[in-house]
Design a protein around this ligand. Structure first.
Ligand SMILES: C[S@@+](CC[C@H](N)C(=O)[O-])C[C@H]1O[C@@H](n2cnc3c(N)ncnc32)[C@H](O)[C@@H]1O
Length: 277
Protein backbone atom coordinates (compact mmCIF):
# COMPACT_ATOMS: atom_id res chain seq x y z
CA UNK A 1 0.00 0.00 0.00
CA UNK A 2 1.27 3.45 -0.85
CA UNK A 3 1.61 5.55 2.27
CA UNK A 4 0.23 9.10 2.04
CA UNK A 5 2.95 11.66 1.88
CA UNK A 6 3.35 13.38 5.21
CA UNK A 7 3.14 17.11 5.01
CA UNK A 8 6.11 18.77 6.61
CA UNK A 9 4.97 20.94 9.51
CA UNK A 10 6.20 24.46 9.08
CA UNK A 11 8.26 25.44 12.10
CA UNK A 12 6.94 28.65 13.61
CA UNK A 13 9.73 31.14 14.05
CA UNK A 14 9.80 32.90 17.38
CA UNK A 15 12.33 35.48 16.66
CA UNK A 16 13.55 37.95 19.22
CA UNK A 17 14.44 40.88 17.08
CA UNK A 18 16.34 42.96 19.57
CA UNK A 19 17.14 42.53 23.26
CA UNK A 20 17.99 45.57 25.31
CA UNK A 21 20.42 47.04 22.84
CA UNK A 22 20.84 50.43 24.40
CA UNK A 23 23.76 51.30 22.17
CA UNK A 24 23.65 54.92 21.07
CA UNK A 25 21.89 55.27 17.77
CA UNK A 26 22.26 58.26 15.50
CA UNK A 27 18.57 59.08 16.08
CA UNK A 28 18.82 59.21 19.81
CA UNK A 29 19.81 62.85 20.16
CA UNK A 30 16.99 63.91 17.92
CA UNK A 31 14.47 61.79 19.79
CA UNK A 32 15.49 63.15 23.17
CA UNK A 33 15.59 66.74 21.97
CA UNK A 34 12.12 66.16 20.60
CA UNK A 35 10.76 65.41 24.04
CA UNK A 36 8.54 68.24 25.32
CA UNK A 37 7.68 68.88 28.96
CA UNK A 38 4.55 66.96 29.84
CA UNK A 39 1.44 68.73 31.03
CA UNK A 40 -0.54 66.33 33.13
CA UNK A 41 -4.01 66.20 31.59
CA UNK A 42 -7.44 66.42 33.18
CA UNK A 43 -9.99 63.77 32.19
CA UNK A 44 -12.20 66.54 30.76
CA UNK A 45 -10.60 66.42 27.31
CA UNK A 46 -12.01 65.40 23.90
CA UNK A 47 -9.74 62.37 23.52
CA UNK A 48 -10.74 60.76 26.80
CA UNK A 49 -14.43 61.47 26.13
CA UNK A 50 -14.14 59.84 22.68
CA UNK A 51 -12.28 56.83 24.13
CA UNK A 52 -14.79 56.32 26.92
CA UNK A 53 -17.73 56.43 24.49
CA UNK A 54 -15.99 54.03 22.08
CA UNK A 55 -15.18 51.42 24.71
CA UNK A 56 -18.54 51.68 26.50
CA UNK A 57 -20.32 51.00 23.20
CA UNK A 58 -17.93 48.22 22.17
CA UNK A 59 -18.28 46.50 25.54
CA UNK A 60 -22.06 46.91 25.75
CA UNK A 61 -22.70 43.55 24.12
CA UNK A 62 -20.47 41.53 26.46
CA UNK A 63 -21.80 39.27 29.17
CA UNK A 64 -18.83 37.30 30.48
CA UNK A 65 -19.47 34.62 27.86
CA UNK A 66 -19.15 36.75 24.75
CA UNK A 67 -15.86 38.41 25.66
CA UNK A 68 -14.27 39.16 22.29
CA UNK A 69 -16.12 42.39 21.57
CA UNK A 70 -13.33 44.67 22.80
CA UNK A 71 -10.08 42.70 22.70
CA UNK A 72 -10.28 41.23 19.17
CA UNK A 73 -8.40 37.94 18.50
CA UNK A 74 -9.11 36.98 22.13
CA UNK A 75 -7.97 33.36 21.77
CA UNK A 76 -5.02 34.41 19.60
CA UNK A 77 -3.84 36.72 22.39
CA UNK A 78 -4.24 33.97 24.97
CA UNK A 79 -2.05 31.70 22.84
CA UNK A 80 0.58 34.33 21.98
CA UNK A 81 3.68 32.88 23.63
CA UNK A 82 5.72 36.10 23.48
CA UNK A 83 3.74 37.63 26.34
CA UNK A 84 6.12 35.55 28.50
CA UNK A 85 8.68 38.26 27.61
CA UNK A 86 6.75 40.56 29.95
CA UNK A 87 7.89 38.63 33.01
CA UNK A 88 11.01 36.87 31.73
CA UNK A 89 13.43 39.53 32.95
CA UNK A 90 12.30 40.09 36.52
CA UNK A 91 15.45 38.55 38.00
CA UNK A 92 13.87 35.33 39.24
CA UNK A 93 11.22 37.07 41.38
CA UNK A 94 8.79 34.66 43.04
CA UNK A 95 5.76 35.49 40.90
CA UNK A 96 3.48 33.40 43.12
CA UNK A 97 3.83 36.05 45.83
CA UNK A 98 3.13 38.98 43.54
CA UNK A 99 0.01 41.13 43.61
CA UNK A 100 -0.49 42.46 40.07
CA UNK A 101 -2.53 45.28 38.53
CA UNK A 102 -3.62 44.76 34.91
CA UNK A 103 -3.97 48.26 33.44
CA UNK A 104 -6.75 48.52 30.81
CA UNK A 105 -7.93 45.01 31.67
CA UNK A 106 -10.95 45.05 29.33
CA UNK A 107 -13.15 42.00 30.02
CA UNK A 108 -10.50 40.44 32.28
CA UNK A 109 -8.63 38.27 29.78
CA UNK A 110 -5.26 38.62 31.55
CA UNK A 111 -6.82 38.26 35.00
CA UNK A 112 -8.15 34.83 34.05
CA UNK A 113 -5.10 33.86 32.00
CA UNK A 114 -2.66 34.65 34.83
CA UNK A 115 -4.81 33.54 37.78
CA UNK A 116 -2.38 30.73 38.71
CA UNK A 117 0.82 32.58 37.86
CA UNK A 118 0.46 35.29 40.52
CA UNK A 119 -0.96 35.66 44.03
CA UNK A 120 -3.77 37.82 42.64
CA UNK A 121 -4.46 40.03 39.63
CA UNK A 122 -6.59 43.19 39.96
CA UNK A 123 -7.88 45.10 36.94
CA UNK A 124 -8.58 48.71 36.02
CA UNK A 125 -10.24 50.06 32.88
CA UNK A 126 -11.79 53.25 31.51
CA UNK A 127 -15.05 51.46 30.66
CA UNK A 128 -17.71 50.48 33.20
CA UNK A 129 -19.14 47.97 30.72
CA UNK A 130 -15.74 46.30 30.43
CA UNK A 131 -15.55 46.07 34.21
CA UNK A 132 -19.07 44.57 34.35
CA UNK A 133 -18.03 42.01 31.71
CA UNK A 134 -14.84 41.29 33.64
CA UNK A 135 -16.90 40.62 36.81
CA UNK A 136 -18.96 38.04 34.93
CA UNK A 137 -15.92 36.46 33.27
CA UNK A 138 -14.14 36.21 36.65
CA UNK A 139 -17.24 34.71 38.27
CA UNK A 140 -17.43 32.13 35.50
CA UNK A 141 -13.80 31.24 36.23
CA UNK A 142 -14.26 31.10 40.04
CA UNK A 143 -11.95 34.02 40.71
CA UNK A 144 -12.82 35.81 43.94
CA UNK A 145 -9.48 37.43 44.84
CA UNK A 146 -9.44 40.28 42.29
CA UNK A 147 -10.39 43.91 42.82
CA UNK A 148 -11.76 45.68 39.75
CA UNK A 149 -11.67 49.45 39.29
CA UNK A 150 -12.92 51.91 36.72
CA UNK A 151 -10.68 54.89 36.07
CA UNK A 152 -11.10 58.32 34.48
CA UNK A 153 -8.98 57.65 31.35
CA UNK A 154 -5.94 59.63 32.53
CA UNK A 155 -5.21 58.44 36.08
CA UNK A 156 -5.73 55.64 38.63
CA UNK A 157 -7.29 57.88 41.27
CA UNK A 158 -9.27 55.11 43.00
CA UNK A 159 -6.16 53.05 43.70
CA UNK A 160 -4.09 53.82 46.81
CA UNK A 161 -0.28 54.22 46.71
CA UNK A 162 2.21 51.33 46.93
CA UNK A 163 -0.18 48.40 46.44
CA UNK A 164 1.40 46.22 43.76
CA UNK A 165 4.49 44.17 42.98
CA UNK A 166 3.76 44.38 39.26
CA UNK A 167 1.72 46.68 37.01
CA UNK A 168 1.19 45.00 33.65
CA UNK A 169 -0.60 45.96 30.45
CA UNK A 170 -1.18 44.47 26.99
CA UNK A 171 -2.64 45.92 23.77
CA UNK A 172 -3.76 49.09 25.49
CA UNK A 173 -1.03 51.74 25.87
CA UNK A 174 -0.35 51.52 22.12
CA UNK A 175 -3.89 52.76 21.50
CA UNK A 176 -3.40 56.00 23.47
CA UNK A 177 -2.08 58.62 21.03
CA UNK A 178 -1.82 61.42 23.59
CA UNK A 179 1.72 61.58 24.97
CA UNK A 180 0.67 63.43 28.13
CA UNK A 181 -1.99 60.85 29.00
CA UNK A 182 0.51 58.00 28.65
CA UNK A 183 2.98 59.97 30.77
CA UNK A 184 0.31 60.54 33.42
CA UNK A 185 -0.31 56.78 33.49
CA UNK A 186 3.42 56.00 33.78
CA UNK A 187 3.50 58.26 36.84
CA UNK A 188 0.43 56.54 38.24
CA UNK A 189 2.00 53.09 37.67
CA UNK A 190 4.99 54.31 39.69
CA UNK A 191 2.72 55.58 42.47
CA UNK A 192 0.68 52.37 42.87
CA UNK A 193 3.75 50.08 42.78
CA UNK A 194 5.51 49.02 45.97
CA UNK A 195 9.19 49.84 46.31
CA UNK A 196 11.05 47.25 44.22
CA UNK A 197 7.95 46.67 42.04
CA UNK A 198 8.08 46.35 38.26
CA UNK A 199 6.13 47.78 35.37
CA UNK A 200 5.78 45.21 32.54
CA UNK A 201 3.92 46.18 29.39
CA UNK A 202 3.65 45.54 25.66
CA UNK A 203 3.24 48.11 22.90
CA UNK A 204 3.42 48.21 19.12
CA UNK A 205 6.88 49.15 17.88
CA UNK A 206 8.55 50.29 14.69
CA UNK A 207 8.62 52.93 12.06
CA UNK A 208 7.04 53.57 9.62
CA UNK A 209 3.80 52.22 11.00
CA UNK A 210 0.37 52.63 9.39
CA UNK A 211 -2.34 54.76 11.05
CA UNK A 212 -0.04 55.93 13.81
CA UNK A 213 0.73 59.21 15.50
CA UNK A 214 4.20 60.51 16.44
CA UNK A 215 5.33 59.43 19.92
CA UNK A 216 5.43 62.99 21.31
CA UNK A 217 2.19 64.24 19.78
CA UNK A 218 -0.80 65.03 21.93
CA UNK A 219 -3.51 64.18 19.43
CA UNK A 220 -6.49 65.13 21.61
CA UNK A 221 -8.67 65.46 18.51
CA UNK A 222 -8.18 61.90 17.25
CA UNK A 223 -11.58 60.87 15.89
CA UNK A 224 -11.22 57.16 16.72
CA UNK A 225 -9.24 54.72 18.85
CA UNK A 226 -8.30 51.03 19.21
CA UNK A 227 -6.00 50.67 16.17
CA UNK A 228 -7.13 53.82 14.38
CA UNK A 229 -4.60 56.46 15.50
CA UNK A 230 -2.30 54.30 17.61
CA UNK A 231 1.00 55.72 18.84
CA UNK A 232 4.22 55.03 16.93
CA UNK A 233 7.10 54.02 19.18
CA UNK A 234 10.04 54.45 16.83
CA UNK A 235 12.91 53.98 19.30
CA UNK A 236 13.15 52.17 22.67
CA UNK A 237 14.75 55.30 24.12
CA UNK A 238 11.44 57.10 23.87
CA UNK A 239 9.94 54.68 26.40
CA UNK A 240 13.13 54.66 28.49
CA UNK A 241 13.03 58.44 28.78
CA UNK A 242 9.31 58.51 29.61
CA UNK A 243 9.68 55.86 32.29
CA UNK A 244 12.74 57.54 33.80
CA UNK A 245 10.81 60.81 33.94
CA UNK A 246 8.13 58.97 35.90
CA UNK A 247 10.83 57.79 38.35
CA UNK A 248 11.57 54.27 37.08
CA UNK A 249 15.04 52.75 36.78
CA UNK A 250 16.60 49.67 35.15
CA UNK A 251 14.68 49.96 31.88
CA UNK A 252 14.98 46.99 29.58
CA UNK A 253 13.08 45.66 26.62
CA UNK A 254 12.65 42.87 24.10
CA UNK A 255 11.41 43.44 20.56
CA UNK A 256 9.64 40.56 18.83
CA UNK A 257 7.19 39.86 16.00
CA UNK A 258 3.79 41.56 15.84
CA UNK A 259 1.07 39.79 17.80
CA UNK A 260 -2.48 38.85 16.74
CA UNK A 261 -4.73 41.32 14.93
CA UNK A 262 -2.21 44.17 14.96
CA UNK A 263 -0.49 46.18 12.24
CA UNK A 264 2.58 47.71 13.93
CA UNK A 265 5.83 46.41 12.37
CA UNK A 266 6.95 44.77 15.66
CA UNK A 267 5.99 44.53 19.30
CA UNK A 268 8.06 45.75 22.24
CA UNK A 269 7.94 44.26 25.75
CA UNK A 270 9.19 46.66 28.40
CA UNK A 271 10.26 46.35 32.05
CA UNK A 272 11.37 49.00 34.53
CA UNK A 273 11.70 49.05 38.31
CA UNK A 274 10.56 51.41 41.09
CA UNK A 275 13.58 51.62 43.36
CA UNK A 276 15.86 54.07 45.19
CA UNK A 277 18.91 51.97 44.43
C1 LIG B 1 -7.75 46.06 22.96
S1 LIG B 1 -8.39 46.15 24.58
C2 LIG B 1 -7.22 45.13 25.49
C3 LIG B 1 -7.80 44.57 26.77
C4 LIG B 1 -6.80 43.77 27.62
N1 LIG B 1 -5.68 44.59 28.00
C5 LIG B 1 -6.31 42.54 26.89
O1 LIG B 1 -5.13 42.48 26.52
O2 LIG B 1 -7.10 41.62 26.71
C6 LIG B 1 -7.94 47.81 25.08
C7 LIG B 1 -8.45 48.13 26.47
O3 LIG B 1 -7.87 49.35 26.91
C8 LIG B 1 -8.85 50.07 27.65
N2 LIG B 1 -8.43 51.49 27.61
C9 LIG B 1 -8.20 52.22 26.49
N3 LIG B 1 -7.86 53.47 26.81
C10 LIG B 1 -7.82 53.54 28.16
C11 LIG B 1 -7.51 54.58 29.06
N4 LIG B 1 -7.19 55.80 28.64
N5 LIG B 1 -7.57 54.30 30.39
C12 LIG B 1 -7.90 53.08 30.82
N6 LIG B 1 -8.23 52.05 30.00
C13 LIG B 1 -8.18 52.28 28.68
C14 LIG B 1 -10.13 49.79 26.90
O4 LIG B 1 -11.29 50.06 27.63
C15 LIG B 1 -9.95 48.32 26.56
O5 LIG B 1 -10.45 47.51 27.58
Amino acid sequence: MKMPELKKKKKKSRKVVMVNQLARSKDEKEIILDDPTSNLPSSDNPYTKMQKLYYEEAAATGDGIIVDNVVGSFDGHNKWWDYEFLFARLGGADLKTCRVLDFACGPGRNIVKYKDKFLAVDGVDISENNIKNAMEYLKKNDITTSNLYTCDGVSLEAIPDSQYNIVMSTVALQHICVHDIRQSYFEEFYRVLKDGGAVCFQMGFGSPSISTVNYYDNFYDAPATNRAYDVEVSHPFQLKKSLEEAGFKYFNYIIGPTGPGDSHPYWIYVNAIKTDQ
